[in-house]
Design a protein around this ligand. Structure first.
Ligand SMILES: Nc1ncnc2c1ncn2[C@@H]1O[C@H](COP(=O)(O)OP(=O)(O)OP(=O)(O)O)[C@@H](O)[C@H]1O
Ligand SMILES: [Mg+2]
Length: 244
């Protein structure tokens, strides 16, 4: 089985060298836990390895993503110019204002099939190997009931798997139902689940990562300290000597 290296320091060795190729993985966690940074770092590192990627944003506007990621030294605009990363603006359908992005949805309301068509076109155009969908809950907002949302998630994951790309989908932990995902389906249809936690302990805060499932992989079952610094995310071992 081919492994797709995330390139996130300290992470690949926890999953036998990388994600199983061509599958879909869920990054789940509360707000501000680092889901978006993790997902973008996966694309940036892929681009550096010569693997083009697509970032479908349903939450944050592309301009803000580009600006925020510059903080880590990641020049997304430059990678877009070289066709190594494409951003699809899916934020616009929700609010009905036309986008000035090259890839976006029409401002005439949300249409899953149009979105998936746009995604497949972009995958073909740049010969993408990696895809990120950020986020599932923002995608779900476009549907009236959970049944339709689940169908949409299933269809999306099925098409991505047929296209042979390795995908990260971000989602939220639902604290009330204790579900790993928001809709009770994404964790079952994805091939792996990574949970990011942020806990306040006394006067300190504490970020951790847990690999909850990774099909076809002997993975770490520990809680791993996660650090966000000026280079992005770093994953540590609990017994590792490091400075907070
Ligand atoms: N340059 C930086 N250095 C250290 N930490 C940072 C830096 N930039 C962002 N962070 C941390 O990362 C968090 C944002 O991470 P990210 O946007 O990936 O979270 P998220 O899980 O996607 O959140 P959301 O649910 O809002 O989408 C910030 O709240 C902050 O704590
Ligand atoms: Mg985010």
């Amino acid at each position: 089985m081919n492994r797709v290296k995330t390139g996130i320091k300290g992470f690949d060795k926890l999953i036998e060298g990388g994600f199983p190729e061509g599958r879909s993985f869920l990054i789940s966690g509360g707000t501000g836990t680092g889901k978006t940074i993790f997902a973008i770092q996966f694309l940036i590192n892929g681009a550096e390895e010569g693997e083009p990627g697509i970032y479908l944003t349903l939450d944050e506007r592309p301009e803000l993503i580009r600006e925020d990621m510059l903080r880590f030294g990641w020049n997304i605009r430059k990678l877009e110019d070289n066709n190594m990363i494409n951003i699809i603006d899916g934020t616009i359908a929700k609010i009905g204002i036309p986008s000035d992005e090259e890839f976006s949805l029409p401002a005439t309301g949300f249409d899953l099939d149009k979105l998936l068509l746009e995604l497949m076109k972009a995958i073909k155009k740049v010969k993408a190997k990696r895809v990120v969908i950020d986020s599932i809950p923002a995608l779900g907002m476009n549907f009236e009931n959970e049944h339709d949302i689940r169908k949409a998630i299933l269809k999306t994951i099925y098409l991505l798997s047929r296209a042979g790309v390795t995908t990260i989908l971000t989602t939220e932990i639902d604290p009330e139902s204790k579900r790993i995902g928001k809709y009770g389906v994404e964790e079952f249809v994805s091939d792996g689940v990574i949970i990011l936690y942020y806990m306040g302990l006394g006067t300190q805060s504490n970020r951790t990562l847990h690999i909850r499932k990774m099909r076809a992989t002997k993975h770490s079952e520990d809680l791993h300290p996660l650090e966000i610094n000026e280079q992005g995310i770093i994953i540590r071992n609990i017994d590792e000597d490091y400075n907070i």
